[in-house]
Ligand binder design. Structure first.
Ligand code: HXC
Length: 515
């Protein structure tokens, strides 16, 4: 009799688990404009086809009514399948079951697929939708999170780890995504914060909405916690599938190169982009779009530190990472946020064998108390360190300005770039001619009969000497001065010849990047 009852209960639970938490709960999820965990996985995997692991796992706790609320799967679906023909592990938290809260069994399931992903060299995607640590299970919930954080850290740089936030992500729940390589959020329905608006109000007396505190726009623009903000769930899942296509399966793999038939690679449009007046701005994205394969630029961190553009792309079918100064925004200066953004992207590409292309047009580091007090020294050093440490093929094209410390930092030959090209109008110097003349000819200018015209004369003298690429080329710091329209073919050839690059790094446990 007891066996019959158990079987009946299991059948019911199984039906609910298969439905993704029962029909009522599905409706509740849809009413919030959200998909269910199963619908999300179906969108993620090719033909909606995936294998589930641990569907019959349930929690073991009986405290605080949990004995009466037992669900097969314990609020998370863990699975594997293929995305565009390549294996992927994924987990999808089910908010309709105990708020997708994480406790012992739920965490064990996630840990299991993380272990499998690392052992088999397969990327892992987390679809997060959870109220955080399951309150009823107490410390085992906290332990479960820590078990995941430990694995996130161990897997870092081994397999790509991607996190989509598709609902609330509160408390400790934010740290697993933060430890992964890329985070994506959905506008209006996902948020991330360590402490929610109520706690904020109690502690700091600030009144703030969930959206303002930790919505997708907040993290895309202000904190930089998320690299992607999508308008809805299907576009988020689609976006992450596209992202995966630029990545290898693991750190020992390389990205499959798309077939490419060589055509006329000359791009005359590039000759027309840089304005004659070097103080005038232009959009570096225009340069990127003219250089790379059609429709292949996939930008990350688009709304954060807009003075730096980063993203994946393809050049003759080869996946590359692009880091570019953006003259359109703050004249392309390096500041705290741009340095952090660039550094993180460089390290990701280096960890996963993705060659780097740097497009440089930088007037220097942004001066000021705000920058200094917020650590431009150590943030700039992060970018410097990331480039200097990278062993993937690295090519720089100086499109216009390369001034001061920023010249060194932006993948100069001195810190290990393999090739450094400059366009004919490039200006490579310690600083702009006007400022330089004012400092080094200060006395001469003050004591002259006509200080203004002396200053102008000295400025022109300095510009003639340094505001061009030829001084750097004569020292071998620039390998070749090239026409913009020839840049694409030059890059294709250079990346081809660098394909088998090997760098022996000194023996050490690990470096100490200025975090
Ligand atoms: C257990 C939870 C839960 C949790 C939600 N639920 N969060 N159950 N543990 N953490 C349950 C609710 O009781 C409810 O169950 C169902 O999920 C849906 O929740 P609602 O509140 O009705 O949904 P909604 O109004 O959409 O609000 C969602 C929410 C809210 C904002 C996430 O539920 C919430 O604030 N939850 C608590 C968030 C939190 O403080 N988490 C702990 C963080 S501390 P019923 O049965 O009624 O459907 C943490 C520490 C980890 O995570 C540290 C590791 C380092």
């Amino acid at each position: 009799m007891a066996k019959k009852k158990l079987l009946k209960e299991l059948t019911l639970l199984r039906k609910e688990a298969e439905l993704g938490g029962g029909e009522k709960r599905i409706e509740a999820q849809h009413a919030k404009g959200k998909l269910t965990a199963r619908e999300r996985l179906e969108l993620l995997f090719d033909r909606g086809d995936y294998d589930e692991i641990g569907q019959m796992v349930t929690h073991r706790s009986t405290l605080f009514g949990l004995d009466k609320k037992r669900f097969l799967g314990d609020g998370v679906i863990t699975a594997f399948g293929k995305v565009e023909g390549r294996p992927v592990y994924a987990y999808a938290q089910d908010f309709t079951i105990l708020g997708g809260s994480l406790a012992e069994a739920h965490a064990e399931k996630i840990c299991r697929i993380m272990d499998l992903a690392v052992q088999n060299g397969v990327p892992i995607i987390g679809l997060n939708d959870s109220g955080g640590a399951r309150i009823q299970e107490g410390v085992v919930s906290l332990g479960g999170y820590a078990d995941i954080f430990f694995r996130n850290t161990r897997a870092s740089g081994v397999v790509p780890q991607l996190s989509l936030i598709l609902g609330p992500c509160a408390g400790g729940a934010v740290y697993s995504p933060a430890l992964t390589d890329f985070v994506g959020m959905v506008e209006g329905s996902s948020y991330m914060f360590v402490t929610g608006p109520n706690v904020v109000k109690t502690v700091t007396h600030e009144e703030v909405s969930s959206e303002d505190l930790g919505g997708s726009q907040t993290h895309a623009i202000k904190s930089g916690v998320t690299q992607f903000s999508f308008p809805n769930e299907p576009s988020a899942i689609d976006g992450f599938k596209k992202l995966l296509s630029y990545l290898p399966q693991n750190c020992e793999d390389s990205v499959p190169r798309l077939s490419y038939k060589s055509v006329n690679e000359n791009r005359p449009e590039l000759d027309l982009i840089i304005p004659a007046n070097s103080e005038q701005s232009y959009d570096i994205r225009e340069v990127i779009l003219n250089l790379v394969d059609p429709d292949s630029f996939f930008e990350a961190h688009k709304s954060f530190a807009e003075n730096m553009v980063v993203g994946f792309s393809r050049l003759a079918g080869r996946s590359i990472g692009i880091i570019a100064n953006q003259p359109l925004y703050l004249a392309g200066v390096l500041d705290n946020k741009a340095s952090r953004k660039g550094a993180r992207f460089v390290r990701f590409c280096d960890a996963f064998n993705i060659p780097l292309l740097v497009l440089e047009d930088v007037p220097g580091f942004l001066p000021g108390t705000d920058q200094e007090w917020n650590g431009i020294i150590s943030n700039g050093a992060k970018l410097l360190y990331a480039f200097a440490e990278a062993t993937v093929p690295r090519i720089t094209v100086i499109t216009r300005k390369a001034y001061g410390g920023a010249y060194d930092v932006m993948n100069s030959k001195h810190i290990g770039a393999d090739m450094n090209y400059a366009w004919p109008g490039a200006e490579i110097a310690v600083m702009g001619s006007k400022g330089a003349a004012e400092i080094i000819f200060k006395n001469e200018i003050i004591n002259s009969e006509d200080p203004q015209s002396t200053w102008l004369k000295k400025e022109q003298e300095y510009a003639l000497e340094f505001a061009n690429p030829y001084k750097a080329a004569s020292r071998g710091f620039v390998d070749e001065v090239i026409e913009p329209s020839d840049t694409r073919i030059k890059l294709i050839r250079a990346f081809d010849i660098l394909e088998n690059k090997v760098v022996d790094s000194p023996k050490r446990k690990h470096g100490n990047i200025p975090l």
